[in-house]
Design a protein around this ligand. Structure first.
Ligand SMILES: [Zn+2]
Ligand SMILES: [Zn+2]
Length: 152
């Protein structure tokens, strides 16, 4: 299973897009590859798939800090709409950060720029963060306690 949740292996799913061997066919695939890039701490790829106008405000350094702090555990794509060279993807990414279970839900806007899909911006849906106890079940669905899984 790929990090992004498809049944394919990472090597067949997101890796070729992240490595530049192929382009994302659509905005959903690009979004999935950016999620997987967070999982493998490839902050350059995440930076390079921002629209040109947004790169200055999203430095590789800041992306790297977040990718290192956050342990992404699940991606859910709720909807995907495309109109010509723009698209919206509604998704939720679940992650664990510093002992808290967090959910990043967003409707993201993507555009085609220089012949490829790029992430422009998005509207977040706020969620509360939940402090994880050492004996709680880990939210990654491993069936293990937090202290024996992502909390170890
Ligand atoms: Zn994937
Ligand atoms: Zn876990």
């Amino acid at each position: 299973m790929c990090y992004c949740g498809t049944a394919q292996a990472f090597e067949q799913c997101c890796a070729p897009i992240i490595n530049g061997e192929k382009k994302a066919d659509n905005a959903e695939q690009l979004m999935r590859s950016r999620y997987s890039a967070y999982c493998v701490n490839n902050s350059e790829y995440i930076h390079n798939t921002y629209a040109l106008a947004k790169r200055a405000e999203n430095s590789v350094r800041e992306i790297k800090l977040f990718a290192e702090l956050a342990d992404f555990i699940k991606l859910t794509v709720n909807s995907f709409n495309e109109q010509g060279d723009s698209a919206q993807v509604h998704f939720k990414a679940e992650y664990i950060c510093d002992g808290y279970y967090c959910q990043l839900e967003e409707v993201s806007n993507f555009i085609i720029e220089e012949g490829q899909w790029r992430y422009l911006d998005g509207t977040l849906t706020p969620h509360n963060e939940t402090k994880l106890g050492r004996n709680d079940m880990c939210p990654c669905d491993s069936g293990k306690k937090f202290k024996k899984c992502h909390g170890s």
